[in-house]
Design a protein around this ligand. Structure first.
Ligand code: ADP
Ligand code: MG
Length: 260
């Protein structure tokens, strides 16, 4: 059993929350992470002493209201941003100390983002969008990977469609296929169902959970408590601090049980 902790300030370790899930090998380790934005007169503590340890093959939901620091947290793990203090280690790389070039290499080869707004190239087909993702990750077999990934998300019959010829749910599945085609096995999904209706959102969660079951590490950020019911592990953020971490009561719910 591996240590999975999350908790409060350096000065108040007693409020630290422990939670464990039974996988081997910790992939993501944040220790004492602070992110302060100095814009305007009052600095914003977007992350306030965050400790987070995520195991391999986990299906994790980071839950909290708008503005609590969810995107900031994901951006730390994905090497899009650096902490003001504290350490971020992912896959053995110390991202808080890495050079620009090391961080760029990490982004290409270790993580893939899925965004609320899909971020597909409108002038590229579904296949080309996914192929582009694999090529950006320096995969020489980008074409094969694109075809496989689109099959995996159930879009084998939409290869030549442009984004504007696809539904929102299909576009998000293309975005997930693009993440899969990179071969990077950490998926960071920022409000991936935020622009989708309930039924479509549920399908997207199914696809993401399948990826975790297939061996990927999947982190989903959401403000929707219902979504957190299907996670192995739920990390709750409030005003930049982790206020709870653990499994949902009674274990993960079936995705078919969700309602919102
Ligand atoms: N680049 C930035 N510059 C200044 N403030 C920022 C920046 N990014 C986020 N913030 C602030 O940090 C806090 C957390 O933001 P964010 O991580 O986007 O929250 P969430 O994703 O939970 O809505 C907010 O108060 C936001 O205004
Ligand atoms: Mg956000």
């Amino acid at each position: 059993m591996l240590d999975s902790r999350a908790g409060g300030r350096a000065g108040g370790r007693e409020d630290r929350v422990d939670a464990s899930v039974g996988h081997e090998g910790t992939r993501i380790d944040l220790d004492g992470v602070v992110k302060r934005y100095d814009v305007g007169e009052v600095p914003v503590l977007a992350l306030d002493d965050v400790d987070l340890h995520v195991d391999d093959r986990a299906f994790v939901v980071i839950l909290g209201p708008s503005g609590c620091g969810k995107t900031t947290l994901l951006n730390m793990i994905g090497a899009l941003d650096v902490p003001t203090s504290g350490s971020v280690r992912v896959d053995g790389v110390d991202l808080s100390r890495a050079s620009q070039a090391e961080r760029a290499a990490f982004r290409r080869r270790s993580v893939s983002f899925v965004f609320q707004s899909f971020n597909l190239f409108p002038a590229l087909t579904a296949f080309e969008n996914v192929q582009f993702g694999a090529a950006a990750a320096e995969r020489s077999d980008a074409k094969d990977r694109a075809g496989d990934a689109l099959e995996r998300v159930g879009l084998g019959s939409r290869l030549q469609h442009f984004p504007n010829q696809l539904s929102g749910g299909e576009q998000q599945r293309v975005a997930i296929a693009r993440a899969l085609a990179t071969g990077n096995d950490i998926i960071l999904a920022d409000e991936p169902t935020g622009e989708l209706d309930f039924r479509t959102g549920v399908q997207i969660l199914e696809v993401l959970r399948e990826q975790a079951e297939a061996g990927m590490t999947v982190l989903i950020v959401t403000h929707n408590r219902q979504i957190s019911r299907v996670a192995d592990r739920v990390i709750e953020l409030s005003s930049g601090r982790i206020v709870s971490a653990g499994g949902p009561d009674g274990g993960p719910a079936a995705i078919s049980e969700l309602q919102w």
